[in-house]
Each structure stands twice: as structure tokens, then as C-alpha cells.
Design a protein around this ligand. Sequence first.
Ligand SMILES: Cc1cc2nc3c(=O)[nH]c(=O)nc-3n(C[C@H](O)[C@H](O)[C@H](O)COP(=O)(O)OP(=O)(O)OC[C@H]3O[C@@H](n4cnc5c(N)ncnc54)[C@H](O)[C@@H]3O)c2cc1C
Length: 342
Amino acid sequence: MLKNKKYDFIIVGQGLAGTLLAHDLLDSKKRILIIDKQLKASASKVAGGLMNPISVRRCIPAFPEYYIETAFKRYSELEEKLKDSFLHTKPLVKLFRNEEVRDLWNDKYNNHKMDIYIKGFNKSNTFSSFKDIFTSANVEPAGNLDVIRFLSTSKTYFSNECDFLEEEFDFDFFNESKMSYKGYDSEKIVFCEGYRLINNPFFNYLPLAPTKGEVITIKIPSLEYYDQIISKGVYLIPLGNHLYKVGATYNREDLTDKITDDGQRFLIERLEGILNVDYEIVDRQAGIRPTVKDYKPLIGWHKDNSRIGVFNGLGARGVLVGPYLSNAFVNSSYETISRFDK
Ligand SMILES: Cc1cc2nc3c(=O)[nH]c(=O)nc-3n(C[C@H](O)[C@H](O)[C@H](O)COP(=O)(O)OP(=O)(O)OC[C@H]3O[C@@H](n4cnc5c(N)ncnc54)[C@H](O)[C@@H]3O)c2cc1C
């Protein structure tokens, strides 16, 4: 039984995007209805949740600094609000693949102001469990968000603080001119459907180019917990209790949540390049990222109906960019975004 019949916002989708937006709107005292069916292959359910401020291949900042600051600050605030722990701040260790990569990082550190994120270099053989013959660098601030925990704690919070319909949004029951869905009226509606935006009749013209990703969870019997994230071709995120999440692959062709031989081979090959110790695979997952052709997020209001909005395209780094973008959207900076002029 829902509490209201009239809302300020209906949010379709409670992945990372919808969750961040719902928190921002509730903090602004809006009445909201969230609709989500926990559909298969959603990105947030499999994401490693890595928060890495550097684009490791070119050793440049991945985003302007304020994105990073906003992300860490916002998740800390939400931990306090929800009385739970899901933000794990810890350094990231970049293991160099060869001398060229090592030299590039040294050059960026010395000459290109990357010392804001590179906090020092380690000698080779610093880590007994990892292959670091070409040395390594420490990156901070970094960490990971336990996305599943953040989403599930938020869902419990939303069940008390607003209305929640656990069903698949059916466009046949949406009346665009009355802004009503199955008898529930709203001032506005915002679609946060992740890669399923490709099926949305209002926004399917947008340049979403979804990318499948596979991750595995491994158990390292000799390593109970390592309090740093390791990166070398793939990331290795400590989960506790000997478990580590390893990811991820990129595939634009196959948009299913099936585990593939190619994906598994890729992850295992990369892992062999990192680990000096034995491990076993305990879980395999796949999801679809809402990536965009030009890497720009898809945020704003429809050109023919300014009450229908989209908050999507968070891409491969939604955890880092989501908090800043959600805040900007709620504060209406995106009202005149031009990419919606089809
Ligand atoms: C393998 C993998 C690894 C990743 N690793 C990282 C990482 O380490 N760091 C990082 O920052 N990002 C990572 N990402 C990217 C990150 O997961 C995404 O940026 C983010 O989760 C996108 O969130 P979203 O809410 O837009 O989409 P989704 O998570 O896909 O959520 C969409 C939601 O909408 C719901 N929905 C859709 N259509 C309907 C409908 N019609 N009716 C009802 N509900 C509907 C779905 O059920 C779902 O809950 C990774 C992604 C993948 C796939």
C-alpha cells in the first residue's frame, strides 16, 4: 500500500543512479515514488565499486578534482545518514607492467602535477604476494564502494521515507500529458534505467553504447585481507575473509549476462600477471554498463516534455561521477543541456 497518490518525482530504476538521485531529492524534501524490478544484468549489482582518481593507462586525472572530492564526501554523509558502512577508503597500488609504464608514471609525477594523486613509488619486491618486478606506485585518495550494500541499505531507507513499487515500469500505463502512472500522479518523472534506456521510447535516440563487463571473485588462501587495491590490467579489490573481486572485461557486442570463455580467459591471464600465490575462483558475474559513445553522461529533460527527465550514462566509473552529477541535476544545472535537441 503506497503512502501517497501525488508525487514531486517518479524515479524509474534503483541502481546506483536512481539511488543517488533519490537521496538528493529526499534531502530536498521532495515526495518521491521509486519503481524498480531488480532486472537481470544491471551494472550496479556486479560493479567492483572501484574509486580510482587516475586513468591508469595514460596516468592523467580521470575527472576534475571536485568529482572525486564530492564522491568521498557524499558517500561518507550517506553512511552517517543510513547508519551503515559501505565506503572503504584505501590506497590503490599500481603495479607497472614494464619499464615504459614505470617511466611514464615517473615523468607524470615529476613534471605534470600528478603528485596530487601519486603518493610515492615502491621498490621491486615490496609485495611478497604480487608480481612487482617493474616497481609500483601508490595512488590516493582511492577506495571502493560496496555498491550492493549501499543499494540494499538505501532500499530499506526508501521503504520508510518514500514510496516504492517493486515492478517493471510498463510504458503502456504511463500517461504523458497527465504525468500519471497507474493512477499515481507526479510533477516529473526521471528515468534511471541503466543500459535498458535503449528500450525507452522517450530517450532511445540518445547515443548510449552499452558495454558488457565480467568480474570474478577469488579466494586467496594465503592472504586473509590486504588493505590496498591492486591494479595491473585488472583490479583486485579486497572483500575480507580471503576474498577478492577481480575485474573487469569490456565487450560491446554481447549484451547478455552470460559468462563467456573469452571473458574468463582475459581475467585469468591478467590475474596470472599479478599474483605470486595460489587462488581459486568462487564466483563469476556479468552486467551491462550504461556507457555512452562520447563518454558524456545523459542527463536532462526531454525537448518535447520538460517534465520527463533522464539520469543515465554514468559509464564505467559511475561510483566516482554519480554523486557530483546527481547533485548538479537536482540543482537544475542540466535544464538547458543541448544534446537533447534531437
Ligand atoms: C562488470 C562491471 C564492473 C564495474 N566496475 C565499476 C567500478 O569498479 N567502479 C565504478 O565506478 N563503476 C563500475 N561499473 C560501472 C557502474 O556499475 C555503473 O556506472 C553504474 O552502476 C550504473 O548505474 P545505473 O543505475 O545507471 O544502472 P544499473 O545499475 O543498470 O541500474 C538500473 C536499474 O534500473 C532498473 N530498471 C531498468 N528498467 C526498468 C524498468 N522498466 N522498470 C523497473 N526497473 C527498471 C533495473 O532493475 C536496475 O536496478 C562497473 C560495471 C560493470 C558492468
